[in-house]
Design a protein around this ligand. Structure first.
Ligand code: SF4
Ligand code: FES
Length: 368
């Protein structure tokens, strides 16, 4: 087994419960029931051990983490372990008293999701009337003086409104706006036909981002997470398998990336049964795609293998049925034709109808 440096980040998926039903949700198709979630004491222990293990940053995420009534206690546990806490939320359920409790517990920053600049379109994509709550949440966070990030998942249905979305984020006082093109696994893969943009849409969006970046001149951080079906290059997913961060799912399952629960033969360990040290250093799941020994051709001898790590294992599995194959997003991958066929089809469809909207399978327990 390859010795790996210790992780610095923990994605704590506190619950899969969520009032929203976004069709690109990064949670697995099989959502963890609330009755199987880790208890307050178990999350407290996860944070204590993570701090001892060298983790310095945690995203408190979900689902909607505000559904956990013990959220402030979990923040306190992270703060006691000297871990920086960022709340990743839809904004639904955040009021002044709740935010004050979280800040008193040690919360450091908030990342708020936004689906669209237009309230009705935002609510339609979320499958829940939530825009007003988001607007209120942004105002509360700014009033409290916490750093505010806005996170927007981009797709066919909102890319053409990108400039207005950026403006909405600026109006809300964001320090950072993350524009993340949809990654197609889990729910997003199920909704790929409705979400896949056209090349023209992406080209216009890139221009918008560049234009806005020049005007903002570094005063607000505009992050563009590149779409990985269109450039013929594989992304260095998660900075490499089991390389920099780990995810703990609501029931304590420990994963090298949030989507890895979809890999059928991974047998991921659980924090209820093992220490984080054992999970990180010795579990089969965290070692399976670490380093380069698992790679096949063309990755095995490719000059880019130390930069992109052969791409995304979950995408390789989703598109080829084998997580050890080269990510089909790469133009050198034997299965790259699968992606080309999709983007070419999307391009032709896009020429006819640039922004077909809706027709989603909304996220809900039981797989939609
Ligand atoms: Fe990356 Fe593998 Fe493609 Fe080379 S062949 S660019 S290592 S995904
Ligand atoms: Fe799992 Fe990329 S999402 S490795």
């Amino acid at each position: 087994m390859t010795a790996a440096p210790r992780p610095w980040a923990l994605l704590a998926e506190l619950t899969h419960g969520c009032p929203l039903h976004c069709p690109y949700c990064s949670n697995p198709l099989e959502l963890v029931r609330r009755s199987r979630e880790l208890s307050t004491a178990e999350w407290t222990e996860v944070m204590r051990r993570a701090g001892e293990f060298g983790v310095v940053h945690t995203h408190l995420s979900g689902g909607e983490p505000l559904l956990r009534r013990d959220l402030a206690e979990i923040v306190t546990a992270a703060e006691s372990a000297e871990i920086y806490t960022q709340l990743v939320t839809s904004g639904v359920g955040l009021d002044e008293a709740r935010l004050a409790d979280l800040i008193a517990a040690g919360l450091r920053s908030v990342q708020l999701s936004l689906q669209h600049a237009d309230p009705a379109a935002s609510d339609r994509i979320a499958g829940y009337r939530s825009f007003a709550a988001k607007e209120r949440a942004a105002a509360l966070v700014r009033k409290a003086g916490l750093p505010l990030g806005i996170n927007v998942v981009l797709h066919r249905d909102n890319l053409d409104a990108l400039d207005a979305i950026i403006q909405r984020g600026l109006d809300w006082g964001a320090d950072r706006i993350e524009l993340a093109n949809t990654q197609f696994y889990g729910w997003a893969l199920r909704n790929r036909d409705a979400l896949l943009p056209s090349r023209d849409q992406l080209a216009r969006a890139r221009e918008t981002v560049e234009h806005r970046r020049q005007r903002l001149d570094g005063t607000v951080d505009l992050v563009w997470v590149v779409p990985d079906y269109f450039d013929g290059v594989a992304k260095p997913c998660m900075g490499g398998w089991g390389a920099v961060s780990l995810t703990v799912a609501p029931d304590g399952t420990a994963l090298p990336c949030p989507a890895a629960a979809s890999l059928p033969d991974l047998a991921p360990p659980n924090v209820r049964d093992h220490t984080l040290e054992w999970i990180w250093d010795h579990s089969t799941a965290f070692n399976r795609y670490r380093g380069e020994e698992w790679m096949r051709e063309p990755c095995r001898t490719c000059s880019r293998r130390a930069e992109d790590f052969g791409g995304c294992r979950c995408q390789a599995y989703a598109l080829t049925g084998d997580a050890a194959r080269t990510d089909p997003a790469c133009a050198l991958a034997p299965e790259h034709g699968v992606i080309r066929a999709l983007t070419d089809t999307g391009q032709r469809a896009g020429a006819r109808a640039p922004a077909r909207t809706g027709g989603y399978v909304y996220r809900k327990p039981g797989g939609g």
